[in-house]
Design a binder for this molecule. Structure first.
Ligand code: 5AD
Ligand code: SF4
Length: 483
C-alpha cells in the first residue's frame, strides 16, 4: 500500500527531491545512507558492521528480517558481536522479565559506545510503544541514538539519516497506523523456510495481555498480496511457509472483499513449489469447522495446531476475557482430533493469573491431561501496566505461583513425552534445517513441529527427506535417514 506523506522533514534536505510516496521515500533514504556508509568505509578502511538482536515472538523475528534487509542494502555486514557499528534491539514487552533483560543489555551497549563513539544504538519493537519506557530512555539512557515502535519499522533508513543530519537522538513512535509498507528488501534467515505476515495487531484484549496496546488494531493484508509474496519465496527455493498473525481466525474480516482464513490457507497451499504450510496463532474462541475441514483435506498444511489454552479453569478464563470455557476448549480438541487424527496440538499456559486458586489450577492440570498436548509453553503470569488484570486486587503471591509452575511443568513434560513416544518406530517426512557443529548430526522438523536428530551430510540441508524415528528423548527424537 502506498501513502502520501505531508509533514515537513526535521532536517535540512532539498524537500522537492524527497519522494512523498512509500516505498520510494524509503529507497531514497536508503540510498542516502548507503553513500554515508560508503564514505565511512573509505575513511576507516573496513566494512561497517551491524548486529540485530531479536526478542520475543515470530512477528518480531519477521520484522527483524525486514530490518536486516534495510541495513544490508545500506551496506552493513552482519556480525555476531554486539560491539558493532550499528546495533539494533527489536524488543518484546509481553512479560516484565523481557524488559528487565533489555535494560541490562542497553547498559552494556552504553559501555561499548564509550570506547567506540561512532557506534549507533537503535531500539524498536513492542517495548518502545510504552510511554514509561520512552521516558526512561530519554532520561537515563541518553546514549541511545534511534527509537521507533512497531508501526514504522519500514522507516529505519529515514530515521538513521535524520540522526546523521541532526546529530541528535531521534524518537519516532506512532500510536496507530493504517499503512502497511511491504515492498522493502528483507534478508531471509533460512533459504528454505520463511514467515509471511497475513495480519497485524490484535482486537481481543485478553485481560493480561499488552499486545493490543503495543501492536494496535487488527489489519489484514490482501489475500492476493500474500499469495504473491509466497510465490516469490517459493520461486527462490522456499519449501515451508508459516503464516503469521496474532489471531489468524479473524483474518480477512475487515477487507473490502472478506476472505476467511480457511480460504486463504487453501489459496496459499496451491502456490507451486510449496511443500509445507504452517500458521500461528489461532484463538480457540473462533476456530471454525471450515478451517478444521480445510486442514484435514489439505496435505500441504502441517499436522500441527498451536491452540493457546492459557488456563483450564472456566472462572479464570472468563476473567482473562478469553470467551471460552474449559468444556468448550476440550470439545474443540475432540472435534479437531476426530477429523485430523494425526494432528499434534500444542499450547500456551499462564500460571498465577490474579485470583487463581488451587482448584482453578487443578482444572488446568486436568485439561493438560485430557487434551494430550505434544508440548506447551508455560509462563508465570506477569503484571503488565495498563492491562485490566494489572488492576485486579487478588494477585497471586510469587511463592504460590512458582510452586504451581513447577507442578505444571512436571505434568506437561510427562504428557508431552507420552504423546511423543507414540511415533517411535515410524518413518516420517522431515524438512532438514541445520547441522549441529558439535556432534555433526543433522536436525529435521516433522510436520507436527517436533525435531529429530540423525546422521547425514550437510549438503542435504533444505531438503525434504524420510527419517525413521528410533528413540524419543522428550523434546526430540534420534533417527536414521531412510531416503
Ligand atoms: N503474563 C504471562 N504470560 C503472558 N502471555 C501474554 N501475556 C502474558 C502475561 N501478562 C503469554 C500468553 C500468550 C503468549 C504469547 O504469552 O500465554 O499466548
Ligand atoms: Fe494477547 Fe489475547 Fe491478542 Fe493473543 S489474542 S495477542 S493473548 S490479547
Amino acid at each position: 500500500m502506498s501513502e502520501i506523506r505531508e509533514e515537513a522533514l526535521g532536517f535540512a534536505e532539498p524537500e522537492e527531491s524527497v519522494p512523498l510516496r512509500e516505498p520510494e521515500r524509503q529507497y531514497y533514504f536508503m540510498d542516502r545512507m548507503r553513500s554515508l556508509v560508503a564514505e565511512k568505509e573509505r575513511e576507516l578502511g573496513r566494512k561497517l558492521t551491524m548486529h540485530v538482536a531479536t526478542f520475543g515472538c515470530q512477528m518480531n523475528a519477521k520484522d527483524s528480517e525486514k530490518l536486516c534487509g534495510i541495513l544490508s542494502y545500506i551496506g552493513y555486514e552482519e556480525t555476531e558481536s554486539e560491539d558493532a557499528d550499528f546495533v539494533l534491539y527489536n524488543t518484546c514487552t509481553v512479560r516484565e522479565n523481557a524488559n528487565t533483560r533489555v535494560y541490562g543489555r542497553i547498559g552494556y551497549l552504553g559501555a561499548c559506545k564509550k570506547k567506540h563513539p561512532g557506534m549507533r544504538i537503535a531500539l524498536c519493537g513492542c517495548m518502545m510503544q510504552e510511554k514509561h519506557v520512552v521516558e526512561k530512555l530519554k532520561k537515563s539512557y541518553r546514549f541511545v541514538d534511534i527509537v521507533f515502535g512497531t508501526h514504522n519499522i519500514y522507516e529505519l533508513a529515514e530515521l538513521m539519516y535524520e540522526r546523521e543530519q541532526t546529530g541528535k537522538p531521534v524518537f519516532r513512535i506512532l500510536e496507530e497506523t493504517k499503512q502497511v509498507v511491504e515492498e522493502l528488501p528483507a534478508v531471509q534467515k533460512y533459504a528454505f523456510k520463511a514467515g509471511v505476515n497475513i495480519m497485524y495487531g490484535c482486537n481481543n484484549f485478553c485481560s493480561y495481555c499488552i499486545v493490543p496496546y503495543v501492536r494496535g488494531r487488527e489489519r489484514s493484508r490482501e489475500a492476493a498480496d500474500i499469495v504473491k509474496e509466497v510465490e516469490r519465496l517459493t520461486a527462490n527455493g522456499v519449501k515451508e511457509i508459516m503464516l503469521l498473525g496474532q489471531n489468524v481466525n479473524s483474518y480477512g474480516k475487515t477487507l473490502a472483499e472478506p476472505v476467511s482464513f480457511a480460504e486463504l490457507l487453501h489459496r496459499v497451499s496451491l502456490v507451486p513449489g510449496l511443500r509445507r504450510l504452517r500458521f500461528m496463532t489461532p484463538h480457540p474462541k473462533d476456530l471454525s469447522d471450515e478451517l478444521i475441514a480445510e486442514i484435514a483435506a489439505n496435505e500441504t498444511v502441517c499436522r500441527h495446531i498451536h491452540l493457546p489454552l492459557q488456563s483450564g479453569s472456566s472462572r479464570v478464563l472468563q476473567r482473562m476475557n478469553r470467551h471460552y470455557t474449559k468444556e468448550q476448549y476440550l470439545a474443540l480438541v475432540d472435534r479437531i482430533r476426530s477429523r485430523i487424527p494425526d494432528v499434534a496440538i500444542t499450547t500456551d499456559i499462564i500460571v498465577g493469573f490474579p485470583g487463581e486458586i488451587e482448584e482453578d489450577f487443578q482444572d488446568t492440570l486436568s485439561v493438560v491431561e485430557q487434551a494430550g498436548f505434544l508440548s506447551a509453553y508455560t509462563f508465570l503470569y506477569s503484571k503488565r501496566t495498563g492491562t485490566p488484570a494489572a488492576a485486579m486486587e487478588d494477585q497471586v503471591p510469587a511463592e504460590v505461583a512458582n510452586e504451581r509452575f513447577q507442578r505444571l511443568l512436571q505434568t506437561v513434560n510427562r504428557v508431552a513425552s507420552e504423546q511423543a513416544e507414540k511415533a517411535v518406530g515410524k518413518t516420517e517426512e522431515v524438512l532438514i534445517e541445520e547441522r549441529n557443529p558439535e556432534n555433526g548430526l543433522l536436525t529435521g522438523r516433522l510436520s507436527n513441529g517436533m525435531l529429530v536428530h540423525f546422521p547425514g551430510d550437510a549438503s542435504r540441508i533444505g531438503a525434504i527427506a524420510d527419517v525413521k524415528l528410533n528413540e524419543c528423548r522428550g523434546f526430540y527424537y534420534l533417527g536414521t535417514l531412510v531416503s
